[in-house]
Design a protein. Structure first.
Lengths: 1124, 130
């Protein structure tokens, strides 16, 4: 696009000429230029310069036949020399000055008028009013001036430069006037020529085109884009029709001219369409343009001109599209359905760049051909050829003394000229630049394959220019795509180039790699019907089996050091020698993976050297090695190194055939179905590593646990190691306790391992170690015991020997625990380096609570202290139990065996915490201590009764801690047999605190323990007032059917402070058996608390007659009765 | 004249019987197929296998066809004056030939089609279209 002249590339801008008053020109030009639309100015400092606008002498050809289509300078003329308006600037001093000045003004004006006469150029008068000479110009002078200039009054402008406001007004007025007049001028000019078109008053088809062009340009001046576009199109169509008919110039030059004009017209049309946002139309137009001119190749001698022209069409359109798509980014794709709808790429400028490069390449090759055919003759002939007056024409400039004249060229001369011109340009760089641009655009729009194709072309151009470094880099990136997609034919070609590049660059390693890859490419076996011409394919020749063989021979000759290849770099040759050994590493990303189809063997860290190998096509070579495993673990075949010739090695990673299936090229291998080993499963999946197991241990490790462990006891787990074929050297026993639910054996709050209180399960130690270490003092005896981990050494054991120890584990909380014991030993000698054999055992042990202790408080029988806290409504249910002060309460403690084994209960006591403040309550236990241990079978409960008398009135009374001593009952025979009886365990249970309070009233009922039918007895109700207050007591007694009673039923009495009120009733039992005594209800008015004894408390047994039994045995104490 | 017919599977390239340039054309046209499949909005809904013209008709016309299993058929013709209907018809017949070929129990999926019958059928279809 840059090679087009400026006036063609940019839209035309109206031109105004300023004459006179040069000091104001800059100001006015700047203002006009910033107008919308802008106006260009042709500034002439004084009137003597106006001849520049003078009409050039038109050399009308004699025959009336136009000599060309468009004049080269016509556009430029209208942009720089022919203004639409001439503005004559006069100073007001001159206008109103003395007659000499006035005369000068008139003369200038006359000259100007003479110049523009008959040319329709508009005249505007500007009188510059200097505000310093404030006196007004006389009206007469102004009118005279206007008359003289023959202009309308509105085209006489007073220009006031000195005042800012006035200046702005003057400028605005001037701008508006100019714009209006320019519009008129260009419209009139356009109309004038359009008239000729309409009347068809033109003598030749060239003039027709020229008129259309001119009208279009005038329309453009007026910014009438629609009209401009229409006329450009007209011109274009007329031009197209001219091709077959015109006879004016010699054939070659005629076509050149037409194409040049077409190019300009097309450029205008495309620009207008694209700027109007009609992208689709522009693309369609371009397509038509391309279609109608592509076949107009012209004479074969100058066919390169055609390609150059075509390339330029694409390039210019690409640039236009690129700039316009920057303005209007979103192009909506046209609705599909039309047969010739646009394809995606036509919307991308990358496509046009690519084709521009393509045609430039055509041009390059045809130019080379043309040059080679006429090599000798093209010197000096073209020197004096210059572009002629008309667009697209050339002429010889003849110098005759001081005058120049143009002489038309013959076609022959023109060809020489064109060839000489063509020689001057370096097309390769242009091609690379174009393709590169296209490549980048395709890459950025994720069209990888198109980008690769461009990259390939770029690389080929570099290759042709012998820039092998650049070429190789590009070819490499292209090859990776083709490899990945498995396009063999394309890959073959690229590799051929790459091979050649590395040969030229002297890179032996690359050369061998590429050659090997090529030699292994699964080229289609249709070698017979190859239609590739040799011209077309790369340096490697056509992809065929024969060619593969040639490459194969070549590369193997090279790697064996038998042959060498000539390289370009400094005459050195490619050679594999001792000085330059080559080592190829084939890893998982290398393209040579396919080549080195792997064999499935094993080699350890040490290198196994094979003898001379020969690989047969499509057969797997099996290599078998005997490997003695020395250590357990993973044994993997890492790589296979093949050596060819004295100085060449290939290192190949081991792979299985299955993993090769990911490679696209592998699919072309015909006979993957042949298996590398006989075992098809193994051959397919491949196994390049194996697990070396350690020898099976011939040692028994036994863990025995006798049921669940009980919390608190030291639980014994015997461990027995028995050798059954291996002698045990330097054995080591590792013990681990792991919480089965996870989370460690420590409570989460406490992590210090030192505080054993918070340890739930603890490994206490190992007992029962046989004292062999004394006999072998030299032996290293490790013994490390931690809370959940232990390490002890096992002495030497001969085959058949056994050794045992006992693990002591203590549970602090009920918790299941996994016990892991592992024995590591070496079976042969006591050398520490030798592989050890390990035996693992594990055992889950449940930890259980042995006894559960519960307790409850009871009040003495038939004695009811009034506890005020019980009257109040209790909100919280877990209120502390209340005990009456100085009264005896009963505490029953029961211990239940929760295990599944019988336990022996040794003792139960309550330990009071002596806090130094003296005894707060007295505690006695009834009955005796256990002399013999009590046997508690599973589920059985043991109860013991204590009486408690609180002596201090405190709200929180600590009762104490129940201490229970027990042990496992190991049966009578074991107990006698050995001293392994389970050790005593002390289980403590802290009793909760109680609330002690003074009861204001105590009601006790007294009656004999039994009654006899018909015998009267006395029933006492004693109400004891423990307060300092007078207590009003209400009393009522309900009748009972079983008794006859004397005394009053309802009463209200007062009990004096600190005294006792006794009510006595005489009762005669009427029925025998367990009888309900009359229910008494006592109500303390002060506390509004009522009391009624329980059914049990008011029941008495009535014998039918006097019983006869020994009363001495009864020893009735309230406690023993209270026990259920 | 139809100069090239190609079957392009997920990765493999199977059948073409002409020059390197055609390989390039077919390969590049896969970008267009990708573009159409990936951006159905831009190029209108993709509701049939026939993809139509893939590349701007420069020297060749390139037509595409995409099966449900994402196998692409690409046709390159020098005849710049072909009707879409003919192409549609061609691809339909070609598709059925392809289906028959890959239904061969001895054909390994995603590998090259080696069937001679398939080749013959393809040439018949190509010839019938001229």
């Amino acid at each position: 696009m840059e090679e087009y002249p400026e006036e063609l590339r940019t839209p035309p801008v109206a031109l105004v000429s300023l004459v006179g008053c040069p000091e104001l020109h800059t100001l006015i030009s700047t203002h006009l230029h910033s107008e919308q639309p802008p106006i260009n100015t042709l500034a002439l400092p004084d009137f003597s310069k106006i001849s520049i606008m003078a009409k050039t002498q038109k050399d009308t050809s004699a025959s009336g036949q136009a000599a060309g289509i468009l004049k080269r300078d016509w556009l430029l003329k209208h942009r720089t020399r022919v203004p639409a308006i001439v503005a004559a600037l006069f100073s007001s001093d001159h206008v109103s000055g003395d007659p000499a000045q006035w005369l000068q003004v008139c003369t200038d004006l006359e000259n100007l008028k003479a110049l523009i006469r008959g040319r329709n150029i508009k005249l505007v008068l500007v009188v510059v009013v200097q505000s310093t000479s404030k006196h007004d110009i006389s009206e007469d002078r102004m009118i005279a001036l206007r008359k003289r200039a023959e202009v309308d009054s509105k085209y006489l402008i007073n220009f006031v430069p000195n005042d800012a406001l006035d200046l702005q007004q003057s400028l605005n007025r001037m701008g508006n006037t100019f714009a209006e007049l320019a519009n008129t001028y260009y419209r009139d000019e356009g109309r004038r020529i359009k008239m000729r078109l309409e009347r068809k008053s033109f003598s030749s088809i060239e003039l027709n085109i020229r008129y259309c062009f001119k009208v279009a340009v005038y329309a453009e001046f007026r910014r009438d884009w629609v009209e401009a576009l229409r006329l450009y199109e007209d011109a274009y169509h007329v031009l197209r029709e001219m091709i077959g008919t015109a006879t004016r110039l010699p054939a070659i030059q005629r076509l050149v001219e037409i194409k040049t004009v077409a190019e300009q017209l097309h450029f205008k049309i495309s620009t207008l369409l694209l700027h109007g946002g009609k992208v689709i139309e522009a693309i369609t137009w371009f397509r038509q343009h391309n279609a109608s001119y592509r076949r107009l190749v012209g004479a074969p001698e100058v066919i390169f001109l055609h390609w150059e022209w075509l390339s330029r069409q694409f390039l210019v359109f690409a640039e236009l599209l690129e700039t316009s798509s920057a303005i209007t980014p979103s192009i909506s794709f046209p609705v599909s359905g039309r047969a010739d709808r646009l394809t995606e790429w036509e919307l991308y400028s990358a496509y046009y760049y690519q084709l521009a490069a393509h045609y430039l390449k055509e041009k390059k090759s045809s130019l080379e051909l043309a040059l080679s055919m006429s090599e000798a003759e093209i010197d000096g002939m073209a020197e004096s050829v210059v572009p002629a007056v008309y667009v697209g024409q050339f002429a010889r400039l003849l110098e005759q003394g001081n005058t120049f004249s143009m002489q038309p060229l013959t076609d022959e001369d023109y060809i020489h000229y064109a060839l000489a011109e063509g020689k001057r340009f370096q097309d390769s760089f242009e091609i690379i630049a174009l393709v590169k641009k296209s490549f980048e655009m395709y890459s950025s729009s994720k069209a990888q394959r198109m980008a690769s194709y461009c990259g390939f072309q770029m690389a080929r151009e570099y290759f042709a220019e012998s820039e092998f470094g650049n070429a190789k880099q590009l070819f490499d990136s292209v090859a990776s795509l083709y490899r990945q997609e498995g396009w063999v034919t394309l890959l073959w070609e690229v590799l051929g180039y790459l091979r050649e590049c590395s040969r030229r660059l002297g890179s032996v390693k690359d050369f061998i790699e590429y050659s090997l890859e090529m030699a292994a490419l699964p080229v289609l076996p249709v070698a017979g019907v190859l239609s590739f011409s040799f011209k077309e394919c790369g340096p490697a020749g056509p992809a065929s089996l024969a060619q593969r063989e040639i490459i194969h021979e070549e590369v193997f000759g090279l790697v064996r050091g038998q042959s060498s290849l000539a390289s370009n770099e400094g005459n050195s040759s490619l050679k594999v020698t001792g000085d330059h050994p080559i080592h190829l590493e084939i890893d998982l990303v290398s393209p040579l993976r396919v080549v080195a189809a792997t064999s499935n063997d094993q080699s350890v860290h040490r290198v196994e050297t094979a003898l001379v190998l020969s690989l047969v096509t499509n057969k797997w070579l099996r290599l078998t090695y005997d490997i003695k495993s020395e250590q357990s673990g993973k044994l993997e075949c890492v790589s296979v190194i093949a050596r060819m010739g004295p100085h060449f090695t290939i290192c190949c990673r081991a792979e299985s055939p299955a993993s090769l299936n990911d490679l696209p090229l592998w699919k072309f291998e015909d006979r993957v179905e042949t298996f590398p080993t006989k075992d098809p499963g193994l051959a397919f999946s491949g196994q390049k590593f194996t697990q070396v197991e350690e020898p099976d241990p011939l040692v028994d490790l036994k863990l025995v646990a006798s049921g669940p462990a009980l919390v608190g006891e030291s639980f014994i787990v015997p461990v027995t190691v028995t050798s059954k074929g291996h002698a045990i050297h330097s054995g080591e026993l590792k013990i681990n306790l792991v919480d089965t639910r996870g989370g460690g054996l420590l409570s989460p709050r406490e992590v210090e391992p030192s505080s054993s209180d918070n340890l739930h399960v603890e490994l206490l130690g190992v007992s029962g170690l046989e004292c062999e270490d004394e006999s072998k003092p030299g032996m290293e005896n490790i013994k490390k015991i931690q809370h959940s981990f232990g390490l002890i050494s096992v002495p030497y054991l001969n085959v058949g020997d056994s050794w045992s120890c006992k693990l002591e584990i203590k549970w602090h909380r009920p918790k299941p625990v996994m016990l892991y014991v592992s024995l590591g030993y070496s079976s042969h000698s006591s050398e520490p380096s030798v592989q050890k054999v390990h035996v693992h055992k594990s055992l889950q042990i449940e930890g259980k609570t042995a006894v559960s202790i519960s307790h409850r408080f009871m009040l003495p029988f038939r004695r009811e202290p009034l506890l005020l806290s019980k009257i109040k409504p209790v909100l919280d249910s877990d209120q502390m139990p209340s005990l009456p002060l100085n009264e005896t309460s009963i505490l029953v403690v029961s211990a239940k065996n929760c295990t599944e084994v019988p336990l022996q209960l040794l003792s139960m006591s309550i330990e009071m915490e002596d806090d130094g403040s003296g005894r707060s309550c007295s505690l006695q236990h009834g009955g005796k201590d256990l002399i013999d241990p009590a046997l508690l079978v599973p589920g059985e409960e043991f109860k013991k009764v204590f009486s408690v008398i609180p002596e201090v009135n405190v709200s929180n009374l600590e009762i104490g801690t129940v201490c229970l001593r027990w042990r496992r009952d190991s049966g009578p025979e074991e107990e006698s047999g050995s001293n392994t009886a389970a050790s005593e365990v002390l289980t403590k249970h802290r009793l909760p605190d109680v609330n002690v309070e003074l009861s204001p009233l105590v009601v006790s009922l007294e009656c004999p323990p039994h009654a006899i039918l018909g015998n009267p007895f006395t029933y006492f109700i004693k109400i004891q007032n423990q307060t300092q207050l007078l207590q009003e007591i209400k009393l009522s007694l309900a009748d009972s059917q079983s008794f006859v009673l004397s005394g009053y039923h309802n009463d209200t009495t007062f009990v004096l402070p600190k005294s006792e009120h006794i009510l006595s009733y005489k009762l005669v039992p009427l029925a025998s058996g367990s009888q309900q005594l009359p229910r008494v209800t006592v109500t303390a008015m002060r506390y509004s608390a009522g009391f009624q004894p329980s059914i049990a408390a008011s029941t008495v047994f009535v014998f039918p007659s006097e019983p006869h039994f020994k009363m001495a045995h009864i020893m009735a104490s309230p406690e023993s009765i209270a026990v259920e | 004249m139809i100069v090239c017919v190609a079957v392009v599977g997920h990765q493999s390239f199977t059948e073409a019987d002409d020059a390197l340039k055609l390989h390039h054309i077919v390969h590049c046209s896969l970008d267009v197929v990708d573009e159409r499949v990936n951006n159905p909005k831009k190029s209108g809904p993709l509701n049939e296998s026939f993809l139509g013209l893939l590349c701007p008709p420069e020297n060749y016309k390139v037509y595409g066809y995409l099966t449900n299993t994402k196998v692409k058929f690409i046709l390159v013709t020098t005849d710049l004056d072909v009707r879409d209907a003919d192409m549609r018809n061609f691809f339909r017949r070609f598709h059925s030939a392809y289906v028959d070929a890959v239904s061969n129990p001895f054909h390994v999926p995603a590998k090259k089609i080696t069937s001679r019958t398939f080749a013959e059928r393809v040439s018949t279809i190509v010839k019938s279209l001229g």
